[in-house]
Design a protein. Structure first.
Length: 172
């Protein structure tokens, strides 16, 4: 079993570095630990969401700020299209963003009530509920009554094919 790293002396330092905008890779190399164990510690000790980079674990570096999408001017159009229950690919094309960044923005910035309503409407639009015919219900038969094909299926039985019961095989 691997030894568990004691993070308690490093928590204030990691918190400060996260708030300063350092990435997980930079913090891990500074502390001399694996990036995965640092990520686990960030989640375990409630430090997720401290990074000003918009990433829960400090994954985005300050050098990538030119790549980020400013959603403030796009939000009114996004909310309007979500109210009209347009698909995510259509919304992404109209806004000129990738579907992945649109999905992330929807999860982070769109109010939960609107997001839930949109997801439910999209689910119904793409997977409509199948309408089933009502079952035909008949009154129960009398005890000890004869049950015939006609009584059960409202018609004559199908004809017996010639190949049934050895007919047509040269047995007779």
């Amino acid at each position: 079993m691997t030894a568990r790293h004691d993070w308690s002396p490093y928590i204030p330092e990691v918190e400060t570095m996260l708030r300063a905008g350092k990435t997980r890779r930079e913090i891990a190399s500074h502390l001399g630990v694996k990036e995965t164990s640092l990520s686990s510690m960030i989640g375990r000790h409630g430090l997720a969401g401290l990074s000003p980079n918009g990433s829960a674990t400090g994954g985005s570096s300050p050098q990538n700020t030119h790549n980020r999408i400013d959603w403030a001017p796009l939000m009114p159009a996004l909310l309007e299209m979500m109210e009209r229950v347009e698909s995510a690919t259509v919304i992404a094309k109209k806004l000129g963003v990738s579907p992945a960044s649109l999905s992330a923005a929807m999860e982070r910035q769109v109010p939960k009530a609107i997001r839930t309503k949109w997801k439910k409407a999209r689910q119904e639009a793409t997977h409509p509920k199948k309408e089933r015919a009502e079952p035909v219900l008949r009154d129960p038969l009398e005890p000890f009554s004869d049950v015939s094909w006609r009584a059960l299926f409202d018609g004559n039985p199908p004809p017996v094919p010639d190949c049934a019961f050895g007919r047509d095989r040269g047995l007779h």
